[in-house]
Design a protein around this ligand. Structure first.
Ligand SMILES: Cc1ncc(COP(=O)(O)O)c(C=O)c1O
Length: 378
């Protein structure tokens, strides 16, 4: 396991520097060192989101906490919300809206299609929504949605927008200040190449004012972003014990991102996406996501039903490379390759070379797969 290369869509491979940060003696969450480390981490998070104008949050939790704290903090019971769906995580976002009492509508894009800004515009004309939920890259389908256009439609219709960028921040161009979304969040274990366990959110001042002026109080404690705000300003305050090892490691991974330069990191990810797509095309497999909307962080493709498990198993046992299968219904007929974080193009190229051999061995290679019924992944 030690030398297994992770090409799963998170968690990702960690640099030695990041791993060393986690292996330090326990750092207390009270004391000058943690306070300064935390402040530095928040500042670095601002850098990767390009968030100078909004409020930056970093706290312990996984990406799902980013999803749920956005819903809980922004949406009041009975609010009408809209969730754009083209994969599993869109469905989850819809469910969270329902769980927390929103009148939750959905706009679903099937068969590998990206969310269409024109369809969103039409829907926003039909109904008035308080908030629209958008997935930047849905990790289950690897569809990259056109967030800038989608957020612009929300803006025009006077709706707030929340972008789940868990599978994008650090690997896909994002400029929070220019985008104009109200919340964009990610988690530590994907393109930022930290360990799992931290959630990072950029929040607009407009969204914060909305939280402060809600008629009904926020129905949550840990999920209440207003409770976290003072801690971001002054980490000496206590809300809940932070996972200090995770935060120390996250600081290192964010420093690595800064040292590389965020634009250079996006460019490296663009290459990683290109290399992967070229290989999948060479193998003759059918992409899950439509052309022009394939993410640079994860690539999904269909294989013959029943072959996915064999491909995954052989690749790991023969070459120490781990890829993922599809989620739920798609687990036997979809392969997902995560290509983000600290991954270098030459390492990816070599691993995909091995994968080509495995595809051939398992009889999955060099023939387009007829997917009997292409359902949307959920
Ligand atoms: C797009 C997206 N959103 C949300 C999540 C949930 O994150 P977590 O598993 O860290 O809770 C994931 C996880 O893979 C994801 O890919």
């Amino acid at each position: 396991m030690d030398d297994t290369l992770l090409l799963i869509p998170g968690p990702t491979n960690l640099s030695k520097r990041v791993r060393d940060a986690m292996a330090r003696p326990q750092l207390p969450h009270v004391g000058a060192e943690f306070y300064s480390t935390f402040k530095e981490t928040v500042a670095l998070a601002r850098y990767v989101f390009k968030n100078e104008a909004g409020v930056q949050f970093v706290f312990t939790g996984s990406g799902t906490i980013g999803m749920e704290s956005s819903v809980v903090s922004l949406v009041s019971r009975g609010d009408r919300t809209l969730t754009l769906i083209n994969g599993y995580f869109g469905h989850r976002m819809l469910m969270l809206n329902e769980v927390h009492g929103a009148k939750a509508d959905k706009l679903e894009f099937k068969g590998g299609s990206a969310a269409d800004p024109d369809a969103l515009r039409r829907q926003l004309r039909k109904s008035k929504y308080s908030t629209v939920f958008i997935t930047h890259v849905d990790t289950s389908s690897s569809i990259l949605n056109p967030v800038a256009e989608l957020v612009e439609e929300c803006e025009k219709a006077g709706a707030m927008s929340v972008v789940d960028s868990v599978c994008a921040v650090g690997g896909v161009p994002l400029d929070f200040d220019r985008l104009g979304a109200d919340v964009v969040f990610t988690a530590s274990q994907k393109a930022l190449a930290g360990p799992p366990g931290a959630v990072l959110l950029a929040v607009s001042t407009r969204a914060l004012e909305h939280m402060e002026n809600r008629k009904s109080p926020i129905e949550g404690y840990y999920m209440n972003l207003l409770r976290w705000k003072p801690i971001m300003d002054d980490p000496k305050m206590y809300l809940a014990t932070p996972a200090t090892q995770v935060l120390l490691a996250l600081r290192e991974s964010l420093l690595e991102a800064k040292e590389e330069g965020i634009e250079n990191r996006w460019e490296r990810h663009r290459k990683l996406g290109e290399i992967t797509r070229a290989k999948v095309a060479e193998w003759g497999q059918e992409f899950v996501a439509e052309e022009g909307h394939r993410a640079d962080t994860v690539t999904s493709f269909w294989v013959e039903d029943g072959k996915a498990g064999q491909i995954q198993k052989n690749l790991e046992s023969e070459h120490h490379v781990m890829v993922s299968r599809g989620i739920y219904d798609d687990k036997d007929r979809m392969i997902r390759i995560g290509h983000f974080g600290i991954l270098q193009p030459d390492v990816l190229g070599k691993a995909l070379g091995h994968m080509g051999d495995v595809m051939e061995e398992t009889g999955a290679s060099a023939r387009p797969v007829a997917v009997a019924k292409r359902r949307n992944t959920r």
